[in-house]
Ligand binder design. Structure first.
Ligand SMILES: *[C@@H]1O[C@H](CO)[C@@H](O)[C@H](O)[C@H]1NC(C)=O
Ligand SMILES: *[C@@H]1O[C@H](CO)[C@@H](O)[C@H](O)[C@H]1NC(C)=O
Ligand SMILES: *[C@@H]1O[C@H](CO)[C@@H](O)[C@H](O)[C@H]1NC(C)=O
Length: 453
């Protein structure tokens, strides 16, 4: 139930090797879906009982070679009747294929990879309905793979809206709704796979984490297109938003609280069958936070995240510890003193970056008409594309941090934000606040605001 079966054939040392297997839904979470790589020449995935009970062959020619090896005397006995049979079968196949092609054309589907008839979607369902169905069905991790693929292949791309670390981001339309599509280049297959895998971690879904919809890979033989489909937020990133707009005191608190809530959810481990592992983001910055229409924020770009497997107390990927954006790197990452054997270290490094994002946000808070222009952290201390060395000198050696303007003292909310930032970017990582602590402080602040109004 809900799993997938597959069969594949590979050419290994000139011999075809076939593998057939099925995956349970829980195994599929790790696999993303019917993942194919270049040396697997053919792989079929399907979603009904025993549907992989067919043996794939790479080359029809191989059967012919084998026949020759059997010896000439067999040819007269076997080949002549088989040929007649083959002709019959071929005719049959042509007729059936003709029908199937017509069916696919009618349904505008990809002829290379037919979709199963077992459509889980009725045509009038919106993305919200589908995601709601999914969250109540209990798997909590993502839409069934078949549905993901179907959605991805019926999206019409509209315009590019940005360039990410890997490839481009597009706005697309699916049944009239806007979606964001991140298209990875085939070089970055691993990043695509990793991000899709993280988004499909059980119970990751949260109102302050970008809503994942689908991942799809489409291989036409020479080229792999890798898609990651998510909710679309027209305001774009917090970076773009703050560049264009100032925020009110209330607006700042709502944004800060929602970012902290998203990060607290990522960091939190939930134990139990419906639990989630602790996750550290490792590339938190204003460009990786998106602003929703109602002024709350979501955390996006989970491609560098790491998960903690608490049963074995191991981090799920061998970690290259110097990943992320140099400008936002915590001092212990810059000077390589971070202890990568404890997961807590990665969370603390996220908190440092959170402090910098809060600084960018608070500068744009317009209190009685007063606000600063938009700037990136350390804009006045390092060059525009700083090296690790530039950052290390400022952050570790000179122990500098972004400056906190004096006038913040005259506004309660800005004073609290200033204090939070300082407690997020301590050089001593174990002295930094936790995401949950930041979230609680900001909830209290927003409650006080509500009472005053
Ligand atoms: C595969 O797709 C790419 C990009 O769309 C295209 O340039 C290439 O010609 C295609 N190759 C084949 C074999 O269809
Ligand atoms: C913003 O929208 C989300 C749903 O997308 C809702 O849960 C949240 O309460 C809203 N927040 C505010 C401040 O309106
Ligand atoms: C770092 O902070 C922790 C918690 O406040 C404290 O116990 C520890 O002594 C500090 N370490 C250093 C080297 O200052």
């Amino acid at each position: 139930a809900d799993g997938a079966c597959w069969n594949s054939v590979m050419l290994i040392d000139g011999k075809e090797e076939t593998v057939k297997s099925c995956l349970s839904p829980s195994e599929m979470k790790g696999q993303v879906f019917c993942y194919s790589s270049r040396n697997v020449s053919k792989r079929n995935c399907c979603f009904t009982d025993f549907c992989n009970n067919e043996t794939l062959h790479l080359y029809p020619g191989i059967a012919h070679v084998m026949l020759r090896a059997l010896g000439r005397h067999l040819i007269v006995v076997i080949l002549v009747p088989s040929c007649l049979l083959c002709v019959g079968i071929l005719l049959g196949v042509f007729v059936v294929q003709g029908h199937r092609c017509a069916y696919r054309r009618a349904h505008k589907q990809d002829p290379e990879e037919p979709l199963d008839d077992q459509m889980l979607m009725s045509p009038d369902k919106s993305l919200k309905d589908l995601i709601y169905d999914m969250s109540t069905s209990g798997s909590g991790s993502g839409l069934p793979l078949l549905v993901q693929r179907t959605i991805a292949r019926t999206i019409v791309l509209q315009e590019t809206i940005g360039k990410g670390r890997y490839g481009e981001v597009w706005r697309g339309k699916w049944r009239g709704e806007d979606v964001a599509v991140k298209i990875f280049s085939s070089r970055d297959e691993r990043s695509w796979f990793r991000e899709a895998e993280i988004y499909q971690t059980v119970m990751l879904r949260h109102e302050n984490i970008l809503g994942f919809i689908a991942a799809d890979n489409k291989d036409n033989g020479s080229w792999t297109q890798l898609w990651l489909v998510s909710e679309y937020h027209e305001h774009g990133s917090l970076y773009d938003y703050l560049n264009r707009h100032t925020v009110s005191v209330e607006g700042m608190i709502i944004l800060a609280l929602s970012i902290a809530s998203g990060l607290a959810h990522l960091h939190m481990e939930i134990i139990g069958t419906q639990g989630k592992p602790a996750i550290a983001h490792r590339d938190l910055k204003s460009k990786n936070v998106l602003v929703k229409k109602n002024g709350t924020a979501v955390i996006a770009d989970l491609g560098l995240a790491v998960k903690l497997d608490s049963s074995t107390n191991t981090i799920d990927i061998p970690s290259n510890h110097r990943v992320g954006t140099k400008r936002y790197m915590a001092p212990e990452i810059l000077d390589e003193t971070i202890n990568i054997n404890t997961f807590e270290s990665f969370k603390r490094a996220d908190i440092y970056s959170l402090g910098l994002v809060f600084w960018e946000l608070a500068r744009r808070c317009s209190d009685r008409g007063l606000h600063e222009d938009f700037q990136l952290p350390y804009y006045d201390m390092v060059p525009s594309d700083p090296s690790i060395e530039d950052m290390r000198k400022v952050v570790c050696d000179q122990k500098l941090r972004p400056s906190i303007p004096n006038q913040w003292q005259s506004c309660e909310a800005l004073r609290v934000m200033g204090k939070l930032m300082r407690e997020c970017w301590y050089a001593n990582s174990s002295a930094r606040l936790t995401a949950l602590r930041v979230k609680k402080t900001l909830s209290q602040l927003s409650a006080i605001k509500d009472i005053k109004e």
